[in-house]
Design a protein around this ligand. Structure first.
Ligand code: IPE
Ligand code: IPE
Ligand code: MG
Ligand code: MG
Ligand code: MG
Length: 384
């Protein structure tokens, strides 16, 4: 087993020594720029961590693939920023903003190829399996990114579909990082599976935290613009869960209203029915300024926090800085009303626990299990 300090040093050395072809500079400078901006380097860290459970020293056969995972991840960010129209990444201008969209496309493409070259440094005994795992993962990330884009144009997305999408765009690469480290380390198939599942669930928790920080983070620390998901009308864990919570609340209110109505109708004459304007309207417990049942019989009150109001707020166009600020404020007010922020934090903890308990089923030492726990818990409550 290799200790965590040695892993940190190996990661630092790996990226200080990482180099790309010099010319054409217009193609390779964006790669150097992106890698030099740093980032958390979680994927190579996780890969080396999983490897460290089975081996006592690092060799080029693990360091090359570990770097390949980060190069692949950074490539996905270059393209993702074009897709999400994001101007800021790792606290600096994104590649498409600093250079151009065409640069982001081609530099991203060559970066993806570079990643495969590094993965191919895997020792030959496990190379076919490593390439099969990595290429499957790389394609799944694209599947997830496409679903993410498709969801932007849909009014409603269910939580199951959403979790499947983030599993693809984010979960599988963390899963692959852990499984690849274990594979190169010589772990048995069952342990590799446990570590894959650890990375997958951690990836889900990680994307939830990313969604949370996109709304509630600090731009300086997070290194990305706050409110970007809202402005893009993105489906995030917050928007999907808030829509669910608001719908559940409306259904509960309708049920209570129906029950009150039924009870009243049992005793009142048909002419004096209190629910004549519609059952929901009769029992609406809204603010004093509420316009009254006749204005919106049986439907949600104007200005009321509802799933429909949230969908409308997320879909609203916003061009000027003032319109953008107003759109973000409106959606955040609906999140607040739904109580979605504490729900996100508890979902992150739950997924992290699930990751740890699955990872601990691997055939590894107790101190390796402690390392899995520390790695996972270091991501809960993250601010960047
Ligand atoms: C950002 O990943 C993209 C997501 C999967 C949420 P990271 O948060 O790991 O980005 P860096 O590498 O640290 O910049
Ligand atoms: C990106 O998800 C996931 C991938 C790049 C594959 P996001 O779009 O949420 O990532 P950020 O927030 O831009 O880092
Ligand atoms: Mg995206
Ligand atoms: Mg993005
Ligand atoms: Mg995000």
């Amino acid at each position: 087993m290799i200790d965590s300090r040695t892993i940190d040093q190996a990661v630092a050395r790996l990226f200080s020594e990482l180099s790309f072809q010099e010319q054409p500079a217009g193609l390779y400078d964006p790669l150097r720029y992106t890698v030099a901006l740093g980032g958390k380097r979680l994927r190579p860290r996780l890969c080396l961590l999983a490897y460290s459970f089975f081996k006592d020293e690092f060799t080029p056969g693990i360091l090359g693939p570990a770097a390949g995972l980060e190069v692949y991840h950074s490539f996905t960010l270059i393209h993702d920023d074009v897709m999400d129209r994001s101007p800021l990444r790792r606290g600096s201008e994104t590649v498409w903003k600093k250079w151009s969209e065409t640069t982001a496309i081609l530099s991203g493409d060559v970066m993806c190829i570079d990643a495969f070259k590094r993965i191919a440094q895997t020792p030959v005994e496990v190379l076919p399996e490593a390439l099969s795992l990595f290429s499957r993962t790389a394609a799944e990330v694209c599947d997830g990114q496409q679903l993410d884009m498709d969801f932007e144009g849909r009014e409603m997305v269910g939580m199951d579909e959403y979790m499947q999408m983030i599993g693809l765009k984010t979960g599988v690469l963390l899963a692959c990082s852990a499984a690849l480290g274990a594979l190169i380390g010589g772990a048995d198939a069952r342990s590799r599976e446990c570590l894959y599942d650890y990375g997958y669930n951690l990836g889900l928790a990680f994307q939830l935290a990313d969604d949370y920080l996109d709304a509630y983070g600090d731009e300086k620390t997070f290194g990305k613009p706050i409110g970007g998901d809202i402005l893009n009308g993105k489906k995030s864990w917050l928007s999907v869960r808030a829509a669910e919570l608001l719908s559940e609340r409306a259904a509960a209110r309708d049920a209570a209203s129906d029950a009150a109505c039924d009870a009243a109708c049992d005793t009142a004459s048909a002419a004096a029915r209190p629910c004549a304007a519609g059952p929901r309207a009769a029992a609406y417990p809204g603010p004093a300024a509420h316009p009254g049942p006749a204005a919106h019989p049986g439907g949600p009150c104007p200005g009321e926090a509802s799933a429909a109001a949230l969908a409308e707020a997320l879909a609203a166009p916003a061009a000027s800085p003032e319109e953008k600020a107003a759109k973000i404020a409106r959606v955040m007010a609906l999140y607040e009303s739904a109580g979605v922020a504490p729900a996100a934090l508890s979902a992150i903890s739950e997924l992290t626990e699930r990751a740890v308990s699955r990872g601990c089923e691997a055939d590894i030492s107790d101190s390796a299990r402690d390392s899995l726990r520390s790695f996972a818990y270091s991501l809960v409550g993250r601010v960047k």
